[in-house]
Write a protein that binds this ligand. Structure first.
Ligand code: 6PG
Length: 227
């Protein structure tokens, strides 16, 4: 794990947007297209806006989410809504988007998109967030599918997840997909999250703080932090 501390959110957003844009450009140059999976929540908004203005061949980029809340895309809880409003705008409006949510279906039916998701692997860039309870993507402490989603030999890319502290049913990319990314970044802000990260790095107890799975299984993890 390599940690970079920035002076403030804006400096972090600018660095991260340039980093991700650079990785997407290189992927397009090498393979003709690029894939990016991002997190929801409130932390990535400034990064999304900055990235959406970057000059690159966005029509060759497919964006998806590392996790989704199983709510209508019109809901303010929807990560897809957030990405549509903050990222798939400006120059990035030309990017493709693979939704993890399917209206009128149950969360376990997310497995119907397994084939579409698998076609994008390995993902070129994954940007994770983290909650103060140590969850990342929707790998929640106490999650009913946490053991399945974090098995090294899990052959699913995406699974449903219910957890006591998640306000609604979730779906999440699995650990092998996250750790299999060509470039993996954890974006966190604030002192509390820094303490949770330090705690997870020291105790490496993934049942309590699932981010510990990522720390121990993804040695190239790059953490970016701002106060
Ligand atoms: C989600 C996210 C989740 C998020 C953390 C941090 O849908 O909830 O993808 O994993 O990254 O909860 O959220 P904040 O940025 O709001 O603190």
């Amino acid at each position: 794990m390599h940690l970079t501390a920035f002076d403030d959110s804006q400096a972090l957003a600018e660095w991260l947007a340039e980093h991700v844009a650079g990785r997407l450009r290189s992927a397009i140059e090498s393979r003709g297209n690029a894939t990016l999976a991002v997190s929801g929540g409130s932390t990535p908004r400034m990064f999304f806006k900055t990235l959406s203005a970057k000059e690159l061949d966005w029509e060759k980029v497919c964006v998806t989410l590392v996790d989704e809340r199983w709510v209508a895309t019109s809901s303010n809880r929807s990560n897809q809504k957030l990405v549509t409003i903050d990222l798939l705008q400006d120059k990035a409006a030309k990017a493709g988007f693979l939704s993890l949510y399917q209206p009128d279906r149950e969360p376990h039916e997310v497995r119907l998109i397994e084939k579409d998701l698998r076609a994008l692997l390995p993902l070129d860039v994954v940007v994770l967030g983290m909650g103060n309870d140590g969850h990342t993507a929707s790998l929640f402490p106490g999650g009913d599918n946490l053991a399945l989603a974090t098995r090294d030999d899990c052959d699913l890319s995406v699974v449903e997840m219910n957890a006591p502290d998640a306000a609604e049913p979730r779906v999440t990319l699995t650990l092998p997909v996250i750790c299999g990314a060509r470039d993996l970044v954890l974006h966190i802000e604030g002192d509390e999250k820094r303490e949770v990260l330090d705690d997870a790095s020291e105790t490496l107890d993934p049942a309590k703080l699932p981010i510990a799975h990522v720390i121990s299984k993804c040695p190239d993890l790059r953490v970016v932090w701002a106060p």
